[in-house]
Design a protein around this ligand. Structure first.
Ligand SMILES: N[C@@H](CCC(=O)N[C@@H](CS)C(=O)NCC(=O)O)C(=O)O
Length: 213
């Protein structure tokens, strides 16, 4: 049985859980991290010396951490084409866009925008940082919007692992109070994501427990 350590309010845990849901895997998830703690015990650090979530353990295999690596593991072990193509070049194209999202969307949205808006007290909020974050994030979202005007999913005509790395942050992006650029194809893509049961269950999760007033 697949075991997953990580609270459901973690965006990285959400990416893993959404993948688990799309692949219809049986799992046991443990609430670890943030208000639950438990990620700095010797037992947890023996699984992941970084003390972060998510961590997974599948059967008797060694524990795995790093969301991107976990997603690739799950897709390789349990996924099929076109979600995770067999052909190396096609697979690497999916992986390329997944990496693109992990690096450019996560880094430019989560810290400078989401953390500032939600996880920082109003008195400490740095509006200049948020504005700069939006300035850096917007060209990447525009790039996605241009692609999504041509085909329904990030890579092409099929839902793939790249949509998980990209799409899991869009719930928060569209849900928080934010001046967003008008990007119609991206907005339509997000609406499509919200109709997926695994997205609803694992990604459209309240982040109020993270809010600092
Ligand atoms: N690069 C790691 C980052 C993991 C990470 O920073 N996880 C956050 C949650 S999203 C965490 O463990 N925070 C501490 C906590 O929840 O207590 C990954 O992609 O998995």
């Amino acid at each position: 049985m697949l075991q997953i350590w990580g609270r459901k309010t973690s965006s990285n845990v959400q990416a893993v859980m959404w993948c688990v849901g799309e692949l219809r895997l049986d799992y046991q998830r443990y609430d670890i991290g943030h208000v639950y703690g438990g990620n700095h015990t010797p037992e947890f650090l023996a699984m992941n010396p970084n003390g972060t979530v998510p961590v997974i353990q599948d059967d008797e295999n060694a524990p795995l951490w790093e969301t991107g690596a976990i997603l690739r593991y799950l897709a390789t072990r349990y996924g099929t084409a076109p979600f995770w193509p067999q052909d190396l070049a096609d697979r690497t194209t999916v992986d390329m866009w997944a990496e693109w999202a992990k690096i450019n969307i996560s880094q430019n949205f989560t810290g400078p925008i989401f953390w500032q808006k939600v996880r920082t007290a109003a008195k400490d909020r740095d509006e200049a940082l948020i504005a700069k974050g939006m300035e850096k994030l917007t060209p990447f979202l525009q790039r996605a919007d241009q692609r999504l005007a041509r085909h329904p999913w990030l890579v092409g005509d099929d839902f793939t692992l790249a949509d998980i790395q990209f799409g899991h942050l869009l719930y928060r992006y569209y849900d928080i109070e934010l001046d967003r650029p008008v990007l119609p194809a991206l907005a339509a893509y997000y609406q499509r994501l919200t109709t997926r049961p695994a997205y609803q269950k694992h990604v459209m999760v309240s982040y109020e427990a993270l809010r600092v007033q």
